[in-house]
Design a protein around this ligand. Structure first.
Ligand SMILES: Cc1cc2nc3c(=O)[nH]c(=O)nc-3n(C[C@H](O)[C@H](O)[C@H](O)COP(=O)(O)O)c2cc1C
Ligand code: SF4
Length: 373
């Protein structure tokens, strides 16, 4: 038995191996955020494919935090039966599922958010056309409550854990980053102040779900942007979260504005280009006692195994490889250890925006060609 396929548990939640499906927006929900049967089928396929933990696509906690079409929402009690169906389908297939909670902040447009986007400061972010309005303190308080309510629903509706989205330039990350947070009140300025919103959200979520329920975060260790969040500030936030009781930190980097150093880097075609967030993850790990997971460019079985064997990393997470091969873990388990077939081209975003759900465009073309032969 290799380390990769060991069963583990974090705060009572069992995972059948150390491979995690990192949060991936699927674009398969109704416009109001209600999960669809198509999305449920997608999660069931992932669970059948053997992955240790599925982290859901980012899920908005308030409608004005919706960043993309087809995004899931957990802002209302009305979706109870749909969500229970979703978590039930994953459990029936032997899987575990965490929900990723998010507010998009300034990384959205009025068409998706239903109003002018809201952000820590009224600063336009690259890649998004609209200037957001600055959040009032009342709104900040309300958002903290909304994260708590999302977590309450998630626990009651069968999710095995929650993960806060503190990466990729969304609201929590916007508060952390000096580039997007120019506030002069207690939420801006020093890193102590820029971490305040995150810690308030974490404490509200923890108070809501109790001590014996896993609460994770996906945290940017750096924005890879001039003037953005840097590793030292991320280490501070990680340390504070760990002291406050977070159960695991998944380390990522980059925002949609970070170009080649974004969250989902392209052309990962050699083992050397894989594991591109391992360095920052190890620096975060030095500061905290909780488990640290890492995501970003993992493709080869050997690289995953080496990452766990040689470092104090608890789980390895992947996104795009599972879009192309939901059954990747079982393939490896059954002895076919060839790398993931994903070529890291990012073409899967487009059908999410235009065709009601992501899929691997490369695999589809390959199959269409084969069918013509
Ligand atoms: C289509 C797509 C959707 C994504 N959606 C999310 C998301 O909802 N939340 C998130 O934290 N990261 C999201 N990501 C980023 C991935 O989780 C991951 O951090 C990144 O793709 C690097 O991992 P990979 O090389 O294994 O794909 C998404 C990536 C892709 C390609
Ligand atoms: S389209 Fe397919 S090959 Fe390209 S990144 Fe997406 S999953 Fe990978």
């Amino acid at each position: 038995m290799t380390q990769l396929f060991e069963e583990t548990a974090i705060n009572g939640m069992k995972m059948r191996n150390r491979i995690v499906r990192s949060a991936t927006w699927e674009g398969m929900c109704e416009p109001d955020g209600r999960p669809t049967q198509k999305l449920i089928n997608c999660y069931q396929d992932l669970a059948r494919g053997g992955v240790g933990l599925i982290i859901s696509g980012y899920t908005f906690v308030r409608p004005d935090g919706k960043g993309m079409p087809g995004k899931m929402g957990i802002h209302t009690d009305n979706f109870e039966s749909d969500f229970k169906k979703l978590t039930g389908a994953v459990h029936a297939a032997g899987g575990s599922i965490a929900i990723q909670l998010v507010h998009a902040g300034g990384q959205t447009v009025a068409e998706n958010a239903g109003r002018q986007p809201l952000a820590p400061s009224s600063i336009k972010v690259d890649q998004f056309q609209e200037i957001p309005a600055e959040l009032s303190k009342d709104d900040i308080r309300d958002l903290v409550v909304a994260f708590g309510a999302g977590a309450r629903r998630a626990k009651a509706w069968g999710f095995d854990a929650v993960q806060l989205h503190g990466a990729h330039g969304f609201l929590i990350n916007q508060f952390l980053s000096p580039l997007t947070n120019r506030r002069t009140d207690e939420y801006g300025g020093s890193i102590e102040n820029r971490s305040r919103f995150l810690l308030e959200v974490y404490r509200k979520v923890r108070q809501t779900v109790g001590e014996n329920y896993p609460v994770f975060i996906k945290l940017n260790a750096a924005d890879n942007l001039d003037g953005g969040l840097e590793i030292d500030d991320a280490m501070y936030a990680a340390k504070e979260l760990a002291s406050a009781g977070i159960d695991a930190i998944e380390v990522s980097t980059g925002t949609p504005a970070s170009g080649e150093k974004g969250a989902a880097r392209e052309k990962i075609n050699t083992p050397e280009k894989e594991a591109y967030n391992l360095g920052p993850a190890l620096r975060i790990k030095k500061e905290v006692n909780c488990p640290v997971m890492v995501v970003g460019g993992f493709r080869s079985y050997e690289v995953l195994e080496k990452t766990l064997r040689d470092n104090d990393i608890s789980h390895v997470a992947m996104s795009r490889p599972f879009i192309r091969e939901p059954g990747l873990v079982n393939r490896w388990l059954q002895g076919d250890r060839k790398p993931a077939t994903c070529i890291s081209c990012n073409s899967c975003f487009k059908p999410g925006l235009e065709e009601g759900g992501i899929y691997c465009v490369v695999e589809k073309k390959k199959q269409e060609k084969a069918a013509k032969r």
